[in-house]
Design a protein around this ligand. Structure first.
Ligand SMILES: [Zn+2]
Length: 178
């Protein structure tokens, strides 16, 4: 499900704070929104808008239509936000995050890590052995790291990401079920 929060996050990753503002404005105002209207309402320049829009367009998150201003002789762009593409991108980003977390989890579970008291560097057993269990930064002795906390955090995030989305039940349905 597309929530405002998810759309904001997506826009932020692609085009920064300005992209969040512009996308919100497009969502509130419908299709084919003139760049001049965006510039006027948000108090930003046409150049700033175009720069941000190109970033969003590269990801197919917005589409544009251009029309020639007959009086002034220049082109004006009209922008529309794509819900379908946003949904696809959000799903893809979530899948990537899950797969990265799974890789990290496997690594953390399979590897014994070592570090010194100060925590200068974390190294796997083989590298610690090569260095005679001595920190390459401060020369103090390396001890095995308890990474159970790290593993727990990864598992928790995975649990949240893989949980089915909560669907808010419509009042009519709730009544019918009762
Ligand atoms: Zn050290």
């Amino acid at each position: 499900m597309l929530t405002q929060e998810k759309i904001d996050q997506l826009a932020l990753q692609i085009g920064g704070e300005l992209a969040v503002e512009i996308v919100r404005f497009l969502l509130e105002n419908g299709e084919n929104i003139s760049e001049f209207l965006i510039a006027e309402k948000l108090g930003i320049s046409i150049n700033q808008i175009r720069k941000t829009m190109y970033l969003l367009q590269e990801n197919n998150l917005v589409s544009s239509m251009r029309k020639k201003d007959k009086k002034k002789g220049w082109y004006i762009y009209y922008w529309t936000f794509s819900n379908i593409q946003a949904h696809t991108l959000i799903t893809r980003m979530k899948q990537e995050r899950i797969s990265n977390l799974k890789k990290r989890l496997e690594l953390e579970t399979m590897t014994n890590y070592f570090t010194c008291k100060k925590g200068c560097i974390r190294m796997a057993f083989e590298r610690a052995l090569e260095n005679n269990f001595t920190c390459t930064e401060c020369n103090s002795i390396l001890k095995e790291v308890d990474n159970s906390k790290r593993i727990k955090i990864i598992k928790e995030e995975l649990g949240l990401l893989e949980a089915p989305e909560k669907v808010i039940e419509e009042p009519e349905k709730a009544e019918a079920a009762a």
